[in-house]
Write a protein that binds this ligand. Structure first.
Ligand code: ADP
Ligand code: MG
Length: 605
């Protein structure tokens, strides 16, 4: 047992505190009971928490911990409304250090279910039990034995006395899946605590109680373990940030596996979650989300945990300082991790092969399978690593690469100083380099008066350039639809900053005098001008980024273009200086890595 975070007596809260508490319905379903009981166990300093469900928690939820326990004479008090040992005055509300503080959970549970608490405050296991029927005020106290120090709370037949609420609950599998989501989040956020979750005796989750990496592996499997990139600790003001993100080899169709915690509490803070998403969005495929754990620690007085009845939202003073930091960290960590070719089998649409623990609803279906079928069912069909690179952790940055030659005039074969083999897609690599150049140009050139004005000393060659824009020999007329013209008109200044000099020419016709100039681009200027003007009139908030991506894509070296060894090397060197080195601007992988150990074993060298 660790030192609990509170050692004070359990007391009724003063009226003025009760009035300030964001109270509400805290118990909605079995998962909310699980959440409240885990909070209590953690607050009691537990190092191991066992959660047992029967029928997904509809029939029974039992949470046992090895925490500090409850004094026998305080058991009944703990189940009264607004009784707590965690805060005692209004001042305490402003610096909460525990997960619970409202003194509501046990009483709210007791109002809608049978509640039994057995608690021992000594190693001999001499314990007191209290059994409360729904609505029962006093309950029944007994002296019992328990194998050790700690508390076991059992909740039976949730909402049996409130049929209207009971009817809103889903089936056992869905309810178990919700409870699993809660337990999984707490297990990742408190990796030093051992968590066990069973449903009808079947083990669903078991974590080692060590560190975050080992906990993530215990939940998601060893393949994911090799794709995990830790980050932090990083410090912003007085906040600390650390966590991990899985490489793009393992992504999910939902945000379900993106976990954010503040001071040990899983939260859904919109600003932080959207900062995280804007960090990974450019480097993952559309619609895919990573496995990500972000643990944020702040001084307790900079946090208001008292804004949401379910305690799922908090107000955070450092929110606006943290958000860009979080975005950059995630973008940088994910965007520079070279992708191991042996850890993916389908780089275009990576899917995460769901191990047993993750999709409860399918467990029972699989009970009837033969052993062979079971093995296949639980073995990842995609995303599986070969046993030979089992000792290869994910690496977080592209190393200095030396070009060996071109394959099919499409892929550059290269080697790293560590002896790993890299396959680099020449088009995507160049696209990434050009895209970043454009982003840089945009940042620098927004101060220039007109992007396409040729300087006085411009040499009189056929296609003079301005450094940003390249003047066309003959201006091009581009005709748009009236609605496109309306979208494009207010964007002309921003286009000029990119080097696209485009002026209204009456009606929905525009005159293009210069197009962006990108080094190494082999575009036909006229077709380029037309295509870009079309792209620039796209009806979207991200149009400028889409335009930069499209510009980079249209200008980049094509697949099928022969490159000399020196050109290949220049491309690799330029790529290394990019801010994001592992994916093209569309979010597709641009390099694959075959580790030396994989090659050694595969060829049995
Ligand atoms: P809160 O957690 O907001 O204080 P609860 O109704 O959840 O309110 O719990 C009431 C009190 O009962 C807690 O303040 C704590 O002192 C005690 N308690 C509840 N669960 C446990 C536990 N598992 N171990 C030790 N004490 C507990
Ligand atoms: Mg509580």
């Amino acid at each position: 047992m660790r030192d609990p975070r509170h050692m004070r007596p359990i007391e009724a809260l003063p009226r003025e505190v009760i009035d300030r508490i964001a109270a509400g319905e805290v118990i909605e379903r079995p998962a909310s009971v699980v959440r409240e009981l885990i909070d209590n166990a953690l607050d009691a300093g537990a190092t191991a928490i066992r959660i047992e469900l029967r029928d997904g928690g509809l029939r029974l939820i039992r949470v046992s911990d090895d925490g500090c326990g409850i004094e026998p004479e305080e058991l009944a008090i703990a189940c009264q409304p607004h009784t707590t040992s965690k805060i005692h005055s209004l001042d305490d509300l402003t610096s909460i250090t525990t997960l619970g503080f409202r003194g509501e959970a046990l009483s709210s549970i007791a109002a809608v279910a049978e509640l039994e608490i057995i608690s021992a405050r000594n190693a001999e296991g001499l314990a007191t039990s209290l059994l409360l029927q729904p609505g029962d005020e006093s309950g029944k106290l007994d002296v019992v034995t328990r194998s050790s120090w700690g508390t076991t709370v059992t909740v039976r037949d949730l909402f049996s006395n409130v049929p209207a609420r009971r009817s809103l609950l889903r089936g056992p599998r869905t309810e178990a899946a919700h409870a699993l989501s809660v337990a999984r989040a707490y297990a990742l956020i408190h990796p030093a605590v051992r968590f066990i979750l069973t449903d009808d005796g079947q083990l669903i989750l078991q974590t080692p109680g060590t560190d975050l990496l080992a906990t993530a592996v215990s939940i998601y499997g060893s393949d994911v373990g090799r794709a995990l990139l830790p980050f932090g600790p990083l410090y912003v003001d007085d906040a600390a940030l650390s966590g991990l993100v899985a490489t793009r080899s393992f992504t999910f169709p939902t945000r379900e596996h993106v976990f954010v915690a503040i001071n040990g509490r899983p939260i859904t803070n919109r600003a932080l979650v959207s900062a995280i998403e804007s960090g990974y969005r450019p480097v993952l495929h559309k619609g895919r989300h990573p496995l990500l754990v972000a643990n944020i620690t702040v001084p307790p007085d900079s946090l208001d945990a008292n804004v949401h009845p379910g305690k799922a939202e908090v107000l955070l003073r450092q929110e606006s300082a943290l958000a860009p930091y979080l975005r950059e960290t995630i973008h940088h960590t994910l965007g520079n991790a070279p992708i191991s070719a042996t850890q993916i089998s389908h780089p275009i649409a990576p899917t995460f092969a769901v191990p047993l623990q993750l999709h409860l609803p399918t467990i029972r279906k699989r009970r009837g399978l033969t052993l062979g079928e079971r093995k296949r069912a639980y073995t990842p069909s995609q995303g599986s690593a070969t046993p030979h690179d089992a000792d290869e952790p994910a690496i977080s940055a592209l190393s200095q690469l030396q070009s060996l030659g071109q394959f099919e005039e499409t892929i550059i074969l290269a080697q790293s100083p560590q002896g790993h083999l890299y396959l680099v897609d020449q088009h995507r690599a160049h696209e990434r380099i050009l895209y970043e150049e454009l982003v840089r140009q945009r940042a620098h050139s927004s101060s220039l008066p007109s992007a396409a004005t040729a300087p006085d000393d411009e040499p009189t060659n056929t296609t003079p350039t301005t450094g940003i824009g390249q003047l066309l020999l003959e201006p091009i007329l581009v005709e748009l639809t009236p609605s496109q013209a309306e979208i494009l008109s207010p964007r002309l200044a921003e286009l000029a900053a990119l080097g696209l000099d485009c002026q209204p020419f009456g009606g929905s016709v525009f005159l293009v005098r210069a197009v962006p100039h990108l080094p190494g681009s082999a575009q036909q200027p006229a077709a380029f001008a037309r295509a870009l003007t079309q792209d620039a009139s796209e009806d979207s908030d991200d149009w400028i980024d889409h335009l930069c991506i499209s510009l980079a894509c249209r200008s980049a070296i094509r697949r099928g273009q022969p490159l000399t060894l020196a050109e290949q090397q220049r491309l690799l060197d330029d790529l290394r200086t990019a801010a994001t080195t592992s994916v093209c601007p569309h979010g597709s992988p641009l390099a694959l890595r075959y580790s030396k150990s994989f090659l050694t074993h595969a060829f049995e060298w």
